[in-house]
Design a protein around this ligand. Structure first.
Ligand code: TEU
Ligand code: CA
Length: 552
């Protein structure tokens, strides 16, 4: 495979609202990010992906954009942004931005004009349809509950919104819309940003407006909403008109992107995107009713997602490696152990990610093992998805205690509580009142405490990222899962002409004696300091022990 800087990079995702508040209004902002650039650099990060900072009424925390050419007041000004970009570049890092172009805010000037009359030249920027027998044009539901259509009395038509009621979907069939998007992308790229993470890019081409015949929402996503007939044509056009003209990286996000269709987005010969975020492991514990109907999953299922994607893309396209982001639970709580073996298991996930083929993405707070939060009252939650589902369950008279448990486990606010910088008031995140409460475990889990502890999760991230940098084989070498059926151990091998790496991860809270031939391998790094307990073809692993070994 071609070697490129973005394949060799480690990315750090920032959700600016929750990162660091610089002016005491209780909301994280761009100056707050600037204050932390040295910290981010100290982790060994190459690329920062920053979630949306554009002008927005914040119905969906910035994913509802009212002006693509301006910065949200709470976050600062365009001068602040320029200062940030310069600061990132001065430190030898790169900055990629969120590109949210499946929809805009209903407060975007385009939509205001589009809605103003059926004759408006911008009417066709959005998806307007006649109703059917007194109801909406079809039975589609939005991702966040309720009909995907809103009735506009003045014109007697409905507009489509796959997300919140304030996020009308753009009409990508209209070439002028695509031109507007490309022009806007060039504006940011000409400013010097280094690429885009493309929000729900799998949804931009709609496949007609028939009723969905599917009961399960995930099935509707895959078979009706996502990967429409023109999505690849649009992405090729975008690549030709914009992306190919710059030395940048792109990662497309996509519900409905699966093993069958995923390769097409990132196959290097197709000239579309560099990477995608697929959701195989993110939806692994979703039941028939979706995320708030969580079901157990097994380690073999989890491993299979990584192995399948690696096999699928090997030699053709590049993978993204991530375990969480601002939409999903905290990774230590979800995939590891946030209690007795908190530090060990958080380090295990780090070692796993940094030893895989693909570009690893670290979400803010993962580097200190931040955990899920369990607020007692729904009033302490902010996320529109969480609030909508609570309202829906209340109206239907469903069991709200059960729902609160599901929210504690699955809600998006788990990942959105402020970053825990210190044990000072509000975890050092703000001197004011935070827009969402700080996780009460901040006196134990915070950056400051971990800075001074050489054995901390934070310092393990630094070491492990350095190990990856020192061993390009960890980036490019082939991968194989040595024991896909094990319910307890994830053991995989990476190899190329230079060397072989062996990774062994104990996903249980007990000691585990594991049979494996590790003759000739030496320990590179692990999450326990003691030397490797290896002998006679057996390795004795401590709870959540993770070890990376190398044979040259
Ligand atoms: O998320 C898209 C997406 O697929 C989500 O619906 C995801 O499945 C959900 O959040 C899980 O509960 C992107 C953004 O990352 C998200 O923050 C936005 O709300 C959404 O698009 C709409 O822009
Ligand atoms: Ca602020």
């Amino acid at each position: 495979m071609n070697k490129t800087w973005w394949k060799e990079s480690v990315v750090y995702q920032i959700y600016p609202r929750s990162y660091k508040d610089s002016n005491g209004d209780g909301i994280g902002d761009i100056q707050g990010v600037i204050q932390k650039l040295d910290y981010i650099k100290s982790l060994g990060i190459d690329v920062i992906w920053m979630c949306p900072v554009y002008k927005s009424p914040n119905d969906d925390n910035g994913y509802d954009i009212a002006d693509y050419y301006d910065i949200m007041d709470e976050f600062g000004t365009m001068d602040d942004f320029d200062e940030l970009l310069a600061g990132v570049h001065e430190r030898g890092m790169r900055l990629i931005m969120d590109l949210v172009v499946n929809h805009t805010s209903d407060e975007h000037a385009w939509f205001v004009e589009s809605k103003s009359s059926k004759e408006s030249p911008k009417r066709d920027y959005y998806i307007w349809k006649k109703g059917i027998s007194g109801g909406p044009p079809n039975n589609w539901q939005s991702f966040f509950g309720g009909d995907a259509w809103i009735y506009d009395k003045a014109s007697d038509e409905y507009f489509l919104h796959l997300f919140t009621t304030k996020q009308p979907d753009l009409n990508w069939e209209n070439p002028t819309v695509r031109e507007e998007v490309y022009t806007m992308m060039k504006y940011w790229l000409d400013k010097g940003i280094d690429g885009f993470r493309m929000d729900v890019i799998s949804l931009i081409s709609k496949r007609g407006y028939d009723d969905t015949p599917y009961q399960e929402f995930n099935e509707t996503i895959e078979k009706v909403y996502a990967n429409g007939p023109r999505v690849h044509e649009f992405l090729k056009e975008m690549n030709r008109e914009v992306l190919s003209k710059y030395d940048i990286m792109t990662v497309g996000e996509g519900p409905g992107i699966n093993l069958d269709n995923g390769g097409k987005y990132v196959n290097e010969e197709e000239k579309e995107l560099d990477m995608v975020f697929q959701f195989g492991h993110m939806f692994i514990d979703h039941g028939p009713e979706g995320k708030f109907d969580p079901v157990p999953y097994s380690l073999p299922q989890f491993k299979k997602v990584f192995s399948d994607w690696d096999n699928k893309l090997a030699g053709k396209g590049w993978n993204s490696i991530f375990l969480g982001n601002h939409d999903f639970p905290r990774i230590t709580s979800r995939f590891a152990n946030d209690q007795e073996f908190h530090a060990e298991s958080a380090k295990l996930l780090c070692l796993m990610m940094m030893s895989m083929r693909g570009t690893p993405y670290v979400y803010q707070g993962e580097e200190i093992g931040m955990t899920n939060v369990a607020f007692d009252s729904i009033d302490d939650y902010d996320d529109i998805e969480t609030k909508n589902v609570y309202k829906e369950w209340s109206e239907k008279g469903k069991d709200l205690n059960l729902l609160m448990k599901a929210i504690h486990q699955q809600g998006r606010d788990n990942a959105r509580t402020p970053v825990q910088w210190s044990d000072q008031v509000n975890a050092g995140y703000t001197s004011g009142t935070p827009w969402i409460k700080v996780n009460p475990n901040y006196p134990q889990i915070n950056v400051l405490a971990q800075e001074t502890d050489s054995d901390s999760i934070l310092n393990f991230y630094r070491e492990m990222i350095q190990v990856r940098k020192d061993n390009p084989s960890l980036v490019y070498a082939d991968y194989v899962d040595l024991d896909p059926m094990s319910e307890s151990i994830y053991a995989f091998k990476r190899w190329d002409d230079e060397c072989e790496h062996l990774v062994i991860l104990n996903f249980t809270s007990e000691d585990y004696v594991y049979n494996i031939d590790a003759q000739g391998f030496e320990k590179v790094i692990g999450n326990y300091k003691a030397p490797l307990a290896y002998g006679s073809g057996q390795i004795t692993l401590k709870p959540w022990e993770a070890v990376l070994m190398k044979k040259s």
